[in-house]
Design a protein around this ligand. Structure first.
Ligand SMILES: [Zn+2]
Length: 388
């Protein structure tokens, strides 16, 4: 049997080890992909430390060990199962790790992201059965995946850039829900981070008229503004605002919070049409809440960030102001194809990403060093073809 090298986690909180294992055989509707690049998101370090496992006491969300992680693989089709019609060996692809059961009511109605078994291959999820069926994350030289998960890559999209599609897609799916486009104003809360920068690039590609963004690092905010100075405004804000309690009337407009006043000023006093929240874990709930106060009457917010605190929101304020708040996670393969098409046409600008490519053998060092980055501009990529 041919063999390959995979980075495997044998115990949570321990380093991964490079193990030689068999190259998997694709099932009839699956494809074998030789991985050329796999994105590493900052959150992976929390995942392999079992941060999320401890949030669910029975550990039902985590894959069985030893596990191969790696959310965002891109590579070349090496072998296609006998029922595969739409890709051939040699095709360059991104592998959407979103897995669903394919047969429940939500899957049948075309909403696979709402499947109760929703699972991210190479990460964690709601179905141990799916994690056993697709145990190969992108931190391996070969993976199998369903043909329905593949996004064909245009020639001008590199494997390293495609390895960033996970967070791009998360932002894109949410921006579609928000109707981001011509004539619309958008506030991206946390615009210079890994998710927020992707959201800004996509909102520009989708034609959003005015993009407001918050962050803490002034230098990074200025770099974001330079992407499209005539359509982008940025504001440095402290991480922990002191908002008046919504129950005491703070919900009427956020009190004297500088962000709320600035957002109103930028929109002729109306407030923004939409808010996309991209704040990282650890940000306080008030930092999300003040962004909601920037919405105009009838405005909507989608949260793709990872604020863990409970949101103290006034339901009466939401009702009378017709405010919508929703959560969103990940994206469909069709949405991934939209992004590939935008990148292929050049409307989605991927050239601002600074790829930091490391061999598979450096995965533990990469995970340990992720805090040293230029916000969302740094793109952490593992090249599994190199194990030096
Ligand atoms: Zn399903």
């Amino acid at each position: 049997m041919p063999s390959m090298i995979a980075a495997r986690l044998h115990a949570y909180g321990q380093p991964m080890t490079l193990d030689r294992i068999e190259v998997p055989q694709p099932r009839p509707s699956d494809v074998l992909i030789e991985v050329k690049a796999c994105g590493v998101v900052p959150n992976l370090a929390r995942v392999v430390s079992n941060f999320f496992g401890t949030l669910t006491p029975d550990n039902k969300m985590m894959p069985p060990l030893p596990a191969i992680f790696g959310l965002d693989p891109a590579g070349v089709v090496a072998q296609a199962g006998e029922q595969v019609l739409t890709v051939r060996p040699g095709d360059r692809v991104y592998v959407n790790p979103a897995r669903s059961c394919g047969s429940c009511r939500m899957c049948r109605s075309g909403a696979p992201l709402d499947c109760p078994s929703f699972t991210l291959q190479g990460y964690f999820g709601r179905s141990q059965e799916i994690m056993r069926a697709y145990p190969y994350g992108g931190l391996a030289q070969f993976i199998t995946a369903p043909v329905s998960a593949l996004v064909k890559l245009p020639d001008n999209v590199s494997f390293a850039a495609a390895a960033r599609f996970g967070y791009f897609g998360t932002a894109y799916s949410a921006l579609r829900k928000l109707g981001a486009g011509p004539g619309r104003t958008l506030l991206i809360n946390g615009i210079s981070g890994q998710l927020g920068l992707n959201a800004a690039l996509l909102a520009l590609a989708m034609g959003a008229t005015k993009i407001l963004g918050t962050g803490r690092n002034v230098a990074l905010l200025e770099r974001v503004k330079k992407l499209a100075p005539e359509r982008t405004e940025v504001l440095a804000v402290p991480e922990a605002p002191t908002l008046p309690s919504p129950a005491s009337g703070g919900g009427k407009g956020g009190g004297a919070d500088p962000l709320v006043g600035w957002a109103k000023q930028q929109t002729d006093g109306y407030g923004v049409d939409a808010v996309l929240d991209c704040l990282p874990p650890g940000a306080p709930a008030t930092a999300l809440l003040r962004a909601l106060f920037c919405l105009r009457r009838g405005g909507h917010a989608v949260n793709v960030g990872a604020v863990l605190e409970t949101l103290p929101i006034n339901a009466f304020w939401m009702m009378t102001n017709r405010i919508g708040v929703a959560g969103s996670v990940w994206f469909t393969t069709a949405e991934g194809e939209d992004m590939a098409a935008m990148a292929g046409a050049g409307t989605l600008n991927l050239s601002v990403l600074e790829h930091r490519v490391s061999p598979l053998s450096k995965i533990n060092e990469v995970l340990a060093g992720m805090n040293h980055r230029d916000g969302g501009f740094t793109n952490f990529v593992i090249d599994p073809t190199r194990v030096d």
